[in-house]
Design a protein around this ligand. Structure first.
Ligand SMILES: *Cc1c(COP(=O)(O)O)cnc(C)c1O
Length: 458
């Protein structure tokens, strides 16, 4: 082991300048952006922790691979490299490339959900649930109750609650269930992992009833690290072996290449069923592109194939997880309330406790994210009532128990010193938290409203 906070297992070859603006600038800029951090310009940000999606720094090998892009419309050699890499590392029979993860979610939802069917999942994800519902599916949350609590510290807080799943099957019958969607790790619970034992038991239950399992593989490497670190029997297994075992319990997966493939764009869908694969290939040409590029350029596919292999290196993933943990530890030391335990891709501020003077109707997490930017030029994002959206049937707001601000760490981009800047800003803001004001809607989009919604102070 490399110690509590291992130094970067790489050296820096190219740098990108960032600049600091003044507090007055930021006050004006945030107001103009409708108090939505998604509407800020990148140039106005010093440390950007909006997301770890597509914000990764690629290696010299990936950049070299990009020079070897084969931009043929069909049959690009980079596709064959990517396809064989995915098959080898994930163990699925068929791969369909897509422009990013939601492209794969769209295809899967279209081919595997009949209107009125249930789609149980270990907590929702925004784009995933959107596509399930848009195709007539009804999302059912089957994550363990503890995942909705910000304080309980569990090693595998993303686990499926098998009793909840059994109850859904008993009450509705297996035919009413389109498939079970298992996310590894669970983004909205704070990047919480799922144990191998839980994956195995979920698969056993599903197979007994003839129900398919599709995994949201977006952070499967981070999940594998937690299994190695925390689950008995996996200490001496390689990350590669663990990832392969994770997927042995699934019938397929959707993947956002923008996360654990360490690239800036891309995604794919994996399947074992030939019939579903045929249907997915028929649809991919309509929505994404030929089954040999699916919205990606040849060079993107090459970078993804190389990035996926790099992500399985122990030194890489150990540094990644521990850098995130370092930020969490600094915040805990400073008394800032965060979701426990710290997950794989970011630290989630608990806005309910941070802004305990604000009711959920005044969007504590949304306003906290805006205020953090004004104070420090650090960009974060809301994961709470705004992200949860409205119920598709009743039109009422979903009111999630977790009201959080996500500080998401891009892969291989920032140093521990940057984490210190972020931690200090959060600690200072926490000391002056009563001054944070509530927000109200100015413009509420119908779908995925967190992306483009606008607000003003109450
Ligand atoms: C990012 C993400 C997606 C969607 O992927 P995109 O590439 O952004 O379309 C799906 N599921 C999870 C858990 C994600 O984090």
């Amino acid at each position: 082991m490399l110690g509590k906070y291992p130094a970067e297992p790489f050296r820096i070859k190219t740098i990108e300048f960032v600049k600091m603006n003044t507090r007055e600038d930021r006050q004006r800029i945030m107001k103009e952006a409708g108090y939505n951090t998604f509407l800020l310009n990148s140039e106005d940000i010093y440390i950007d922790l909006l997301t770890d999606s597509g914000t990764n720094a690629m290696s010299d090998r990936q950049w070299a691979g990009m020079m070897m892009g084969d931009e043929a419309y069909a049959g690009s050699r980079n596709w064959f490299h990517l396809e064989s890499t995915i098959k080898e590392l994930f163990g699925f029979k068929y791969v369909v490339p897509t422009h990013q993860g939601r492209g794969a979610e769209n295809l899967l939802s279209k081919i595997a959900i009949k209107p009125g069917q249930l789609v149980p999942g270990n907590m929702y994800f925004t784009t995933t649930r959107y596509h399930q519902e848009a195709n007539g599916g009804i999302f059912k949350d089957i994550v363990i109750d503890e995942a909705h609590d910000s304080v309980i510290d569990l090693p595998f807080k993303g686990n499926v609650d098998l009793k909840k799943l059994q109850k859904l099957i008993d009450e509705n019958g297996a035919d009413k269930i389109a498939y079970v969607c298992v996310a590894i790790t669970v983004n909205l619970a704070g990047g919480q992992p799922v144990s191998m034992q839980n994956l195995r038991e979920t698969a056993e239950l599903c197979r007994k009833h003839g129900i398919k399992i599709f995994m949201d593989a977006t952070r499967c490497v981070e999940n594998a690290y937690f299994i190695k670190e925390r689950e008995a029997g996996y200490e001496n297994k390689s990350i590669k072996e663990i990832v392969l075992e994770e997927f042995s319990y699934a019938d397929g997966c959707t993947m956002s290449g923008k996360k654990d493939c360490i690239t800036n764009i891309g995604g794919f869908l994996c399947l074992n069923d030939e019939d579903l694969f045929t249907q997915a290939k028929e649809l991919v040409v309509v929505f994404e592109g030929m089954p040999s590029y699916g919205g990606m350029t040849g060079r993107d596919m090459e970078a993804m194939a190389i990035g996926l292999k790099e992500s399985l290196q122990f030194e890489y993933i150990e540094h990644r997880i521990k850098q995130v943990r370092y930020l969490g530890d600094r915040l805990i030391e400073g008394g800032v309330p965060i979701v426990m335990p710290v997950g794989g891709h970011g630290v989630f501020l608990d806005a309910n406790r941070f802004c305990s003077h604000l009711p959920q109707e005044q969007f504590p997490a949304q306003t906290l994210a805006a205020q953090l930017y004004i104070e420090s030029s650090v960009r974060s994002m809301e994961r709470g009532i705004i992200s949860a959206g409205r119920d598709i049937v009743t039109g009422k707001d979903h009111k999630p128990k977790l009201e959080t601000v996500r500080l998401t760490i891009p892969r291989r981009v920032y140093t521990y010193a940057h984490m210190d800047v972020v931690a200090n800003a959060c600690v200072d803001l926490f000391k002056n938290r009563e001054k944070i004001r509530g927000l109200k809607w100015v413009y509420e989009p119908k779908q995925l409203r967190f992306f483009t919604g606008r607000f003003e102070y109450v």
